[in-house]
Design a binder for this molecule. Structure first.
Ligand code: ZN
Length: 500
């Protein structure tokens, strides 16, 4: 029999070992998405798969699982260790309950399904993807069925991405969005259009890069702990608080694309950098929920990066790199242009105001797929009907419709809702921040570090120590309320579009 100290020692050694593999895999992946020569991919993929297999065996080690199970309810442990143990237990338990043959079969299915999705998207034909989608849903039901849970399958999936959020919570959330936001968006559609044509002039990429370095300095993204590279789809990864890697993507005929995606990703990276160093390599640093992480990137991008005060500091710097392209543009014009609202088909290109409707549609479909009220057969038509109903827009083809997102091809059901939730969490954090500090003056004066410190003290330092909704309550003093988000959107867009 091991005593408690021996168990903790074994557990800590296991945490360290796991973090070594995770670091290797994250670095290999970052390298692959940014600089790795394509011809070496076969060699690399095989070794990476081997390392991933080793990491999986380590993370599901039976002896460690037993230790974690014994330690997780020990009330004499400190709160951080105790929370980490509970999170590891849940994570490992969810993996270990799946019979190995089902696990392997599922991963084979996912890779076939991804290929089918790609082919369907290229050929613009949902029918190619449909049988795979159906099978993915059936196997997800089977796999989740192994868990010893009283919750519905979809509730379990929602919980995997955002602990504690269930269908009934999201139903309330999206009900308010539907009721308050759709009528407001209809007013915006009828309002006078905002001119944003100048955003799509020709912007030299080398000059964009030079400006980006000034911008990340302004954001306090420091080269001593962070690195900015480029990739097809911007993303962020991290090894520890002092090694956060992020990427952006430059587009010649779109000046706002790289700027906004950089601010967004720096938001993710700043979060990770500010998590307490005691949590380095632990689940408390890696395991922050999707909604919480997205709340911080969207707070950076939308609430700060798309504000007038932000550009009152940064616009003259941008204009210095593009004196001809922006000759006839004033800071207010730029601010309005990057906030322009337009009904569109593609989620990732949607503006801040219409974005949650794209998520609402996906949520309703996912829910229906798992409660049996919607079938995969002709799901493209269901999709198109919902776009017409909620956004008043006709979907002309599957590529710009149901096949636009990768998520369902790998079975990530329950993920989409966290995107809208993150924006809403951010609204509540912002309201509190504005009570504590004068955000607009700080943005105008280039005192971004004070904003970052507020975020660190109130949110970032804790990592995953608190579940999102508990942290929101701790920070703001009251429960999460979607109306703060809707109020923010209505207020901002009423001003932008001069509505009364
Ligand atoms: Zn993000």
């Amino acid at each position: 029999m091991m005593n408690k100290e021996e168990k903790l020692k074994k557990y800590n050694e296991w945490v360290f070992k796991q973090s070594a593999y995770n670091m290797a895999l994250a670095l290999i992946n970052y390298d692959k998405l940014t600089v790795a020569p394509i011809s070496g991919s076969d060699f690399r993929e095989k070794r990476s798969a081997f390392l991933a297999g080793e990491a999986f065996s380590i993370s599901t080690d039976k002896e460690i699982f037993k230790i974690i199970k014994e330690l997780k309810d020990d009330e004499s442990l400190d709160p951080a260790t105790s929370k980490a143990l509970k999170m590891y237990y849940k994570k490992i338990n969810n993996l270990m309950c799946i019979p190995k043959e089902d696990y392997i079969a599922y991963y084979q299915l996912v890779s076939q399904s991804y290929n089918a999705w790609l082919e369907a998207k290229n050929k613009n034909d949902y029918k190619i993807f449909e049988p795979y989608l159906k099978e993915i849903i059936e196997s997800q039901k089977k796999i989740y069925g192994y868990r010893d849970s009283k919750e519905s399958i979809y509730n379990q999936m929602l919980d995997d991405y955002e602990t504690g959020m269930k269908e009934e919570d999201y139903d309330k959330f999206f009900y308010s969005i539907k009721n308050r936001l759709i009528p407001f968006i209809n007013k915006i559609i009828k309002a006078k259009n905002i001119n944003d044509a100048f955003l799509y002039r020709s912007y030299d990429i080398d000059s964009q890069k030079l400006f980006m370095h000034e911008l990340i300095n302004y954001l306090n993204f420091d080269r001593s702990w962070g690195y900015l590279s480029e990739s097809e789809h911007p993303y962020t990864t991290w090894m520890c608080e002092n090694d956060c890697r992020t990427t952006t993507k430059y587009i010649k005929y779109n000046i706002s694309a790289a700027i906004l995606s950089t601010i967004h990703e720096v938001g993710h990276a700043t979060y990770e950098h500010n998590i307490s160093d005691e949590y380095d390599g632990m689940i408390l640093s890696e395991g922050v929920s999707c909604g919480m992480h997205e709340s911080q990137s969207r707070l950076f991008e939308n609430y700060l990066g798309r504000s007038l005060a932000f550009w009152q500091n940064n616009f003259s710097k941008l204009k210095a790199y593009f004196p001809n392209e922006l000759m006839d543009v004033e800071v207010e014009d730029f601010y309005r242009a990057i906030n322009k609202s337009e009904i569109s088909l593609i989620r990732t290109e949607a503006d801040e105001l219409t974005y949650p409707l794209h998520i609402l549609i996906r949520y309703e479909i996912e829910k229906g797929l798992f409660n049996g009220s919607i079938s995969t057969e002709n799901l493209n038509e269901t999709w198109n009907q919902k776009y017409e109903e909620y956004l008043g827009i006709k979907v002309e083809n599957d590529r710009e419709g149901i096949l636009q997102d990768i998520h369902w091809s790998d079975g990530s059901f329950g993920y989409f809702p966290t995107y809208a939730l993150g924006s809403a969490f951010a609204a509540q954090f912002m309201n509190k921040m504005r009570k504590d500090i004068d955000v607009d003056s700080l943005l105008r004066d280039g005192e971004f570090s004070i904003i970052v410190n507020w975020l660190k003290d109130n949110i970032h330092q804790y990592g995953a120590l608190y579940d999102a909704r508990d942290l929101i309550e701790k920070v703001s003093g009251h429960e999460f309320d979607v109306n703060e988000y809707i109020d923010y959107l209505i207020e901002k867009y009423t001003e932008l579009y001069n509505l009364s």
